[in-house]
Write a protein that binds this ligand. Sequence first.
Ligand code: AMP
Length: 459
Amino acid sequence: MSSPQFAELLNNPQLLRAITELGYTSPTQVQEKAIPLAIEGKDLLVQSKTGSGKTAAFLLPSISRMLTEVSNNPLSTRILILTPTRELARQIVKNAQELLRYTTIKVGMICGGEELKYQKALLRKNPEIIVATPGRLAEHIAHKSTDFSGLEILILDEADRMMDMGLHEDLVKVVAQCPAEKQTLLFSATLEQKNLRQLIQDVMGDKKAERIVVDDAPNPIDHKMVLSDGNPHKDKLLVACLEKTPHQKAIIFANTRARVDELNQLLRRHGYAVSLLHGDITQDERKKALDRFRDKKTTVLVATDVAARGLDIDAVELVVNVDMAYSGDEYLHRIGRTGRAGQSGLAISFVTAKDWNLTKGIERYLSIQMEMLQIAGLTAAYKGPEKLKASGKAVGIKKKIIDKPKTPEKKVKDRLRDKKNVGKRRQASTLVSENKNADGFAPPKKKLVQKLDQLDDAE
Ligand code: AMP
């Protein structure tokens, strides 16, 4: 049986036009299963992973319902989407805006890290769709700046991660603000996680939700790490990775402009057609670099994170983190252009001793595992930490505590005058009484003794 086309699932010309412009030719598996049920108004529990097209699987039917059904409370927010991180919220907002291009529907974002007063002003305007992280939204609830009395659809994206991040309490606070008769769509990479049962009970109550499990959608991004000894080694690894991985488009990330320049030179020397993006290039140069990359005149784009923000490039098969991303969100942002629906993607990160714990933190944060990759002839001297904690992070090297002697040994000066007569017998005439020298004069004054000592030391 051939899979349905979007026109068979949705009947809103504004949405269908936007979908065509985005280049979505046919629905992904999760979209095919979730869209018809969600349009009917069913509550859903959906198991599907990032990269499966799940964002459009909840956005499309919800927007479609908004466009076809008249609201009883036209000034209220109609759809609330909760997601674990700011980066995911940004991606959902971006995707929603693309799909809403031919409508007048507005989307607002409420996440941590931004000023509360601007967000309060945004909440007062009641945008039809709000995308939020639970913590910040719970703060607004405490300030009584939210009104979800007319909410029609509540969406929980990546519910398992929200639970892992300890957001249960905030989620319950938000759910308590929503009307009981709303539709609820819960998306999660797994529905089997133990701590999810309580959340499902809290959000669905006694309502019977339909379960959709899209297990055969493999996570399309393959995450690999290669241990590295530093920049000269990374240069060789990069050239080898590009040679060994067939690609039409690859994006290389480095953390500084200087490194981007170096890598650009290196790859050009190896015959690659390179586009380069960093904060020092002009807007015009940036546009040209991107156009050349999009049009496949260049096959490699070397960039810093800041310069790569908001890039809209599809079909990138390979992302190489020559320098590791400094956070999970940044990593997600970097790899977000590979493994788009229907294609597979490969993300390779070079990990030095200094990056080990950061890398393990990113794996835990994103619930991913980076497979260790060895490149023949370029194995690093660094083999990973000797001892690992349960988290996979390196056990810290404790400073050795050396027992200090209780009474420090008296420093004895090594004086020539003490040594020069060693083994010689004293002459009777040189014997002196305690307070007098042989010549009968009193011993030299303290200052003079010190000077003599210094002279001895200098010898
Ligand atoms: P997601 O799983 O929501 O993170 O989606 C992964 C990527 O797939 C996003 O870049 C979407 O723009 C893209 N996408 C979603 N649905 C489709 C589709 N039906 N055809 C092609 N690409 C899609």
